[in-house]
Ligand binder design. Structure first.
Ligand code: C2E
Ligand code: CA
Ligand code: CA
Ligand code: CA
Length: 279
């Protein structure tokens, strides 16, 4: 049960053969899907509404994968596998290229959305990451300020000094930085103060039932106030109904994202959705 280091998984345990082989096989399939780029791997975009201006001017890129049995694979699951196998660096580069290309297409249609992409700890630590981002935005004639890099506090904490240096560099180049899933895990106010970030995304676990939970309301309202004191834009994700939207407006939240506004959809569908939305 020797574990190969390159693109295989590091978590083999005795007696776990079946699950191990399944995951190994999935990784191989994902690798092929990335290489072949034949359309079973694609990005969807979920719009964000600016509660102050009522404009929809941002969207989050979320990856989708349809496997060879024509079934959607859970993104959290295959992203975790990609992280464990090291494939994530290649996957994220693919995501960033796709997103930059989509921004270029939208710009040609007169549409301007700033697009968030999700990063993993390994991406930001990768030596060529800054270079890759600059090369890609230049290639697609996309301004760095149209790209928002989302990462969690856990991703930052993994190698904090290095990551902060990288984020500072990226910010100076015009890219925006967002702290994703804020409020779960080891959120620390002291830390947030020292991070070179632009945006705070309140985790959807506080938002999904916001209208029903006075405790969630207290947490969310104080997080928004805190975010603003630190000079950050605050986004609430997982908004599923009007009462929650109304509460977030009342709490002075900057942006909302969620099924109530729109589900994640392919780039061309978002253009159509937007045309109807602004009418
Ligand atoms: P995330 O970054 O927190 O993304 C938000 C998730 O919430 C998405 O799930 C989105 O579809 C879902 N969501 C949005 N609005 C609502 C709502 O109103 N109600 C509910 N119940 N859910 C809502 P999704 O697309 O399944 O992605 C799951 C996670 O997988 C993401 O969580 C992110 O951690 C990861 N992920 C997705 N795409 C990528 C990617 O391209 N790269 C990386 N590294 N991770 C990704
Ligand atoms: Ca995210
Ligand atoms: Ca993540
Ligand atoms: Ca999130």
């Amino acid at each position: 049960n020797a574990v190969k280091s390159n693109n295989t998984l590091q978590f083999y345990q005795n007696g776990d053969d079946e699950a191990y082989l399944y995951k190994l096989n999935l990784i191989e399939e994902l690798k092929l899907a990335l290489e072949q780029d034949s359309g079973n791997l694609f990005l969807t975009y979920q719009p964000k509404l600016n509660l102050k201006t009522k404009q929809v001017d941002k969207a989050e890129a979320l990856i989708r994968w349809v496997d060879k049995n024509n079934e959607f694979v859970n993104p959290e699951m295959f992203i975790a596998l990609a992280e464990q196998s090291g494939l994530i660096v290649t996957l994220t580069q693919w995501v960033i290229r796709q997103a930059a290309h989509q921004i270029q297409i939208w710009n040609q249609q007169g549409l301007y959305f700033n697009v968030s992409v999700n990063l993993s700890a390994q991406d930001i630590q990768h030596e060529q990451f800054v270079h890759f981002l600059l090369e890609t935005t230049t290639h697609y004639c996309v301004d760095p300020s149209s790209i928002i890099l989302e990462l969690t506090e856990r991703d930052i904490a993994e190698n904090e000094a290095l990551v902060i240096a990288k984020l500072t560099h990226l910010k100076s180049l015009g890219f925006e930085i967002s702290v994703d899933d804020y409020g779960i895990g080891q959120s620390s106010l002291a830390k947030l103060k020292n991070l070179p970030v632009d945006e705070l995304k309140i985790d959807k676990c506080f938002i999904l039932k916001l209208n029903e939970s006075s405790q969630d309301q207290d947490i969310v309202e104080s997080t928004i106030t805190l975010g603003h004191k630190l000079g950050l834009r605050v986004v609430a994700e997982g908004v599923e109904n009007q009462p929650s939207l109304d509460l977030l407006t009342q709490f002075n939240c900057d942006y909302i994202q969620g099924y109530y506004l729109a589900k994640p959809q392919k780039g061309e569908q978002l253009s159509e959705w937007y045309a109807h939305y602004v009418k």
